[in-house]
Design a protein around this ligand. Structure first.
Ligand code: ATP
Ligand code: MN
Ligand code: MN
Length: 292
């Protein structure tokens, strides 16, 4: 990947040739190079947010997978520990402040980064809503795209903005920026009601409950990413899955033509970044309004 002014980090990578995605030949160094390319776009979604981290010390084929919300032995000091103000005596949570923090995550074999929908500057007032569209088996990809547009239309009818990204897994995430004003309960209630009304208006297409039995043929509108302490994968984060997919922010126009939820991977992302000078989510925080 090319960048005229590559970001440098003080964090050194041990075993930079260690394969994290062996089938794709993606190494620890390759992952750090990718994040150097996207850092300027990614930073606001991962800096100063409590993080849950999927750590696979020996790469995606390893049997050891840790979904970590707390420090581990030997953790790099660029990954900060911070007390949850609602749980002052509990185990501390994790946060990064800058690119060194992200490289420290790479060094620690963090292959997925899942932030809270708020920053630690205003813990109790979320600054985004994530609608996670989870298609059951037998759902056509075109129906998932249509669902994302339906979510967009309904959010905009409520005066809210809508941004879309691939999950890097099976679906799409529609994300709404919020001016941090409403609290967690209010935001989660809104997301729940939103999913219920979408399901009530088209019960043959959409479900608002996680009951797997009914999911075949339906898209589950997973609103449960929006409670206090819940997380969703960050924009630009890689996924610990075959093919080295990333959760890629899109503009709505390109969604119409998108091949699938894992269309963007570490193998093809450099080409995409070069062909689009602009971050499709550059207006994200400017589009934030309070929930009302
Ligand atoms: P898909 O498109 O496949 O649904 P996704 O990112 O929407 O991808 P998952 O990877 O299944 O969905 O994760 C669902 C949510 O649960 C994520 O947003 C994540 O923050 C959280 N999560 C993921 N892995 C774990 C885990 N091992 N333990 C607890 N929570 C997890
Ligand atoms: Mn999902
Ligand atoms: Mn889900």
């Amino acid at each position: 990947m090319s960048q005229s002014n590559p970001l440098k980090s003080d964090v050194s990578l041990t075993h930079p040739d260690r394969l994290y995605w062996p089938d794709e030949g993606v190494t620890k160094q390759g992952l750090a190079d990718y994040y150097a390319e996207v850092w300027r776009f990614m930073a606001p979604y991962v800096v100063s947010r409590p993080l849950a981290l999927l750590r696979l010390p020996d790469g995606i084929k390893s049997h050891q997978r840790f979904f970590q919300k707390h420090a581990w032995k030997g953790m790099n000091p660029h990954i900060e520990e911070i007390a949850d103000p609602q749980d002052a005596d509990g185990e501390k949570l994790l946060r990064i402040a800058d690119f060194d923090g992200l490289v420290a995550l790479v060094q620690s074999a963090v292959l997925e980064i899942h932030p809270w929908g708020t920053t630690t500057d205003h813990w109790e007032r979320p600054d985004m809503i994530t609608m996670d569209l989870d298609p059951g088996e037998d759902v056509a990809w075109s129906a998932v795209i249509a669902a994302a547009f339906e979510v967009k239309t309904r959010l905009e009818a409520r005066g809210l903005a809508a941004f879309v990204k691939t999950s890097g897994g099976k679906g799409l995430h529609v994300v709404t920026p919020l001016a941090p004003k409403a609290g967690w309960a209010e935001v989660k209630d809104f997301a729940h009601g939103f999913a219920e009304s979408m399901s009530a208006d088209a019960p043959q297409k959409y479900l608002a409950t996680a009951t797997k039995a009914k999911r075949g043929g339906h898209i589950y509108i997973d609103y449960l990413r929006n409670g206090r302490g819940n997380t969703a994968v960050a924009p630009y984060s890689t996924r610990a899955r075959a093919g080295a997919p990333v959760s890629m922010p899109l503009d709505w126009q390109e969604l119409r033509e998108l091949a699938g939820p894992a269309a963007f991977t570490l193998a093809n992302v450099a080409q995409r970044l070069e062909s689009r000078a602009r971050d499709p989510w550059s207006d994200f925080f400017d589009a934030a309004v309070p929930l009302q």
